[in-house]
Design a binder for this molecule. Structure first.
Ligand SMILES: Cc1cc2nc3c(=O)[nH]c(=O)nc-3n(C[C@H](O)[C@H](O)[C@H](O)COP(=O)(O)OP(=O)(O)OC[C@H]3O[C@@H](n4cnc5c(N)ncnc54)[C@H](O)[C@@H]3O)c2cc1C
Length: 408
């Protein structure tokens, strides 16, 4: 089988396929976990999907993470308390954690039982390594279909055309089945089908929501130890336009996202070869948002920001693959044999992908894991799901913001 894309979805699919004894090749143009799956926050919440269509996905995903952390010996997985932080206005210090000491800041416990974290880079890399899959470095640029004459009702996908770099010749990798797990780039499937002469339009309704993140250095006096008490912080919007999510990590680094300035990449031309987001290594950060994040964190946690140093250790940007209603997409492509897609995990891809990878690899008699792309437009209504996301629709149809916590 060929898996297109070495993000967490692709690597989870490869891992669970290999458990079933399948021979898997992963095709990836940049590196394993080069995109959002190596750059995300890695926050996991057990019950933040409760009452919505993704409740089971969240809950099973949360349980599966604990299991995988043990099986894969992950150093970065741990349970953490979660706090909500009100910026600028309420005054006074909150109950915890102690390092949130900025003026006009108050915090309250949000979820003390059902929070955890993992390094997305470590998890995705370990899933790939443990799968034993073959890695082919290159980008899929087309699909191969069998010449079955009139014997079949539907065209049968039997491989992918891969190009290792611009100008290089395409090579064919044959496959009994192809699974497209290319995050926001999965929308290129429409091009590949149309280039192969497969009739009918099968556009994936996904916006790549591009945002910047920063990571501060671990303090030098605490090698390998936690610099800050373990916690995840979800902050209200501040005067820098940041709605910070703060994740101190077990290696002592501090990861910040939610720093504003998201770019809605929903024009497929931007994702094609030659486009400004044509591959993961072209997705670059916004320096104005880096400066805003540094200022925002310094105000939130003055003591901690001194200890982690003023300048970030690393900055980057990546895109989360978001359907209009933020519901994941998993299933076989209608009217085509041997072709499936798994994407659309939005801001919960690290949490949900292992579960989705496992479901994708269950026997094909499991009809529950089949979702025909033909029906995607019907299943994925553009509406505001209760409880799960803030889901404010932008004029371009993308989601304006990501995680929101349960209202109770
Ligand atoms: C700032 C940020 C913070 C986040 N924080 C969290 C969090 O705390 N918790 C959580 O659960 N989720 C989080 N997410 C969401 C999560 O990161 C994503 O949902 C998830 O990583 C998507 O995984 P993926 O495998 O579908 O896509 P990706 O990680 O985008 O991987 C797709 C891969 O496909 C490859 N590819 C592209 N084109 C081709 C081609 N033509 N041929 C072959 N391969 C190709 C790419 O190079 C890439 O490696 C966050 C996202 C962002 C942006």
């Amino acid at each position: 089988m060929v898996v297109v894309g070495g993000g967490i979805v692709g690597c989870a699919v490869a891992y669970f396929l290999s458990e079933r004894g399948r021979n898997v090749t992963v095709v990836e143009p940049v590196a394993i976990a080069a995109a959002a799956s190596g750059k995300a926050g890695g926050f996991l919440a057990r019950s933040w999907g409760d009452g919505g269509p993704t409740q089971e996905l969240h809950r099973r995903g949360w349980d599966l993470h604990a299991e995988l952390a043990e099986r894969l010996s992950l150093a970065s997985y741990r349970r953490i308390p979660v706090y909500s932080v009100e910026r600028e206005g309420l005054g006074g210090g909150g109950p915890a954690p102690a390092w949130v000491s900025g003026p006009e800041t108050s915090s309250r416990p949000l979820d003390l039982e059902g929070g955890a974290q993992v390094s997305p880079l470590e998890l995705t890399t370990r899933l790939f390594e443990a799968s034993g899959a073959r890695l082919v470095k290159g980008a899929v640029r087309g699909l191969e279909f069998a010449d079955d004459g009139d014997d079949r009702t539907f065209p049968r996908c039997v491989g992918v055309h891969v190009r290792a770099g611009s100008g290089a010749e395409k090579t064919l990798i044959e496959a009994s089945e192809v699974v497209v797990c290319a995050g926001p780039w999965s929308t290129l499937l429409a091009d590949w089908l149309s280039d192969a002469g497969v009739s009918g339009t099968r556009n994936l309704p996904i916006t790549g929501i591009k945002s910047t993140h920063v990571t501060f250095k671990p303090p030098t006096d605490l090698p390998g130890g936690p610099a800050l008490d373990p916690a995840a912080l979800f902050c209200s919007t501040d005067k820098h336009g940041c709605t910070l999510e703060v994740y101190p990590r077990p290696d002592g680094s501090v990861y910040l996202c939610g720093i504003g300035g998201s770019d809605y990449v929903d024009d497929i031309c931007r994702l094609r070869e030659g486009g400004d987001c044509g591959s993961a290594d072209l997705v670059t950060q916004d320096p104005t948002r880096v400066a805003a994040a540094v200022a925002s964190f310094a105000r939130l946690a003055p003591g901690a920001s001194d200890s982690v140093a003023g300048e970030p250790d690393s900055v980057g940007a990546c895109m989360r693959p978001c359907p209009p209603d933020a519901k994941p997409i998993l299933g076989r492509v209608a009217g085509v044999e041997g072709l499936s897609v798994a994407t659309g995990t939005n801001c919960w891809g690290i949490l949900a992908s292992p579960t989705r990878g496992r479901r994708r690899c269950q026997p094909s008699s499991s009809s529950s894991c089949r979702l025909s792309l033909f029906f995607i437009a019907l299943v994925h209504r553009i509406d505001t799901p209760p409880n799960r996301h803030t889901a404010l629709l932008s004029p371009s149809g993308g989601l304006l913001s990501g995680k929101s916590w349960p209202s109770s």
